[in-house]
Write a protein that binds this ligand. Structure first.
Ligand code: SAM
Length: 410
């Protein structure tokens, strides 16, 4: 069918309408007319894939990665010139804020993109594909659980790409038959690579040694690796979160610090603190920082990281934000939160709002949950959204990372 598409929706597909029905068209740029094939018919919307472009937008470029056109599910926006990706992501973020009843001018959303939007991922998850005795690693094809084998990925660090054939060969041994996926994490600027099998414990004892034999230039580790951030040192484990784009991590944390504007006398709560990379930056400025984190792995590593970096004014509170904040005594001056994609549970927002911090800095990798959580903070006029920045952590994909500053108004 022939379609002229409008805005890009959260998820990377452009929206068209056919007889009043919404059609999400992948591979199309707002304003383009495309030939599209319907790939999914649901009661309330259809999905389609652009198969030919009849009237190409100026921002259309040839995707440099051959796997993109082969249907790899890793990236969604390679056909869109990078500056236009940023324009579109800003609009998606703006529309999500409006949907949350947050009137914030589009042109006041700061956009912090990358000078070189490739080779930025330092962590990746690769599925194991077994065919006969041969093993390949790859990503799921778009909207499926079928693995597309790959031996190169332009958004991952070269060290990760280089290690893929070695891990694939290591997985050919029958002793490793239970490994269905591998997570690889590179410590940027080093030769250190952390690997971890999925399901946990399925790699045999010699798995790492076999892989290391084919990539002797890399130091493989299956327990933890050290990462540098702003002159500090952090241990990272496979189970613990780390921002996957090291160059933009610094941009994000710097902007979060600017919004937090921590004064020397301030008490700060860092909610969803992880292993403490941002916490350590906050600790350098504040009187004390309370880091709230649910994962026992992250708390253990976070406490170690604070010790290693001399952050004696950080106290970790282990538990869920919604369950633990009641223990804190006022006053709290600044609240920073960086929840997972699903955002905050409603009781967590209430518990955080009850701290009555003067400033709140919200970091999020999902604009729809960000808008929902901010609008809950702003309920009844208690907080006002003052600044928003989009920090592009995930070029070539539809994912949007943003940071917002709220000020207490009641
Ligand atoms: C996006 S990460 C942020 C980590 C950290 N701010 C950073 O920049 O590295 C979210 C963290 O929240 C933790 N988490 C998830 N749900 C939680 C909850 N309800 N209460 C406390 N921590 C939670 C996860 O374990 C994870 O470490």
């Amino acid at each position: 069918m022939q379609l002229t598409v409008g805005e890009l929706a959260h998820g990377g597909a452009a929206v068209a309408r056919v007889d009043g029905r919404v059609v999400f068209v992948e591979g199309a740029i707002p304003g383009e007319t495309v030939e599209a094939e319907v790939t999914q018919r649901r009661k309330d919307f259809w999905r389609a894939q652009a198969t030919a472009v009849l009237d190409a937008a100026e921002a259309r470029v040839t995707p440099p990665c051959p796997y993109f056109t082969a249907g790899c599910g890793g990236c969604q926006l390679q056909y869109l010139a990078y500056p236009e990706q940023l324009v579109q992501k800003r609009q998606v973020l703006h529309r999500q804020l409006l949907r949350g009843h947050l009137e914030f001018p589009l042109d006041q959303i700061d956009v912090l993109g990358m000078a070189d939007p490739w080779r930025y991922r330092l962590r990746g998850e690769f599925h194991v594909l077994r065919r006969g005795g041969a093993v390949s690693l790859g990503f799921y094809r778009k909207h499926t659980y079928q693995t597309l084998p790959i031996d190169a990925c332009l958004i991952h660090a070269e060290a990760i790409e280089r290690s893929l054939p070695a891990f694939a060969r290591a997985a050919e041994d029958p002793a490793a038959a239970g490994v269905t996926a591998l997570q690889l994490t590179w410590a940027s600027g080093t030769n250190d690579l952390l690997w971890s099998p999925y399901p946990p414990g399925t790699a045999d004892r010699d798995f790492g040694t076999r892989a290391a034999g084919w990539i002797p230039e890399l130091n493989l580790n299956d327990d933890s690796i050290g990462m540098a951030d702003a002159g500090r040192h952090f241990r990272v484990r496979p189970e613990t979160f780390v921002q996957v784009n090291a160059r933009q991590r610094d941009v994000l944390y710097q902007r979060a610090m600017q919004y937090a504007a921590v004064a020397a006398s301030d008490r700060v709560v860092d909610a969803y603190a992880g292993i403490g990379m941002l916490t350590a930056r906050l600790a350098e400025r504040a009187t004390d920082v309370i880091a709230v984190e649910e994962s026992p792995y992250a708390v253990r590593l976070g406490e170690l990281n604070m010790q290693v970096n001399g952050c004696a004014n950080v106290r970790y509170l282990r538990g869920r934000v919604e369950d633990t904040l009641g223990q804190l005594e006022a006053p709290i001056d600044v609240l920073v939160l960086d929840p997972p994609r699903a955002g905050c549970a409603e009781p967590a927002v209430e518990a955080m709002a009850n701290l009555r911090a003067q400033r709140i800095v919200c970091i999020s990798c999902d604009p729809s949950t960000l808008a929902r959580d901010i609008s809950r903070f702003c309920a009844g006029g208690r907080y006002t959204l003052v600044e928003v920045a989009l920090v592009d952590m995930f070029p070539q994909t539809y994912h949007i990372e943003a940071v917002a500053r709220l000020e207490r108004t009641a």
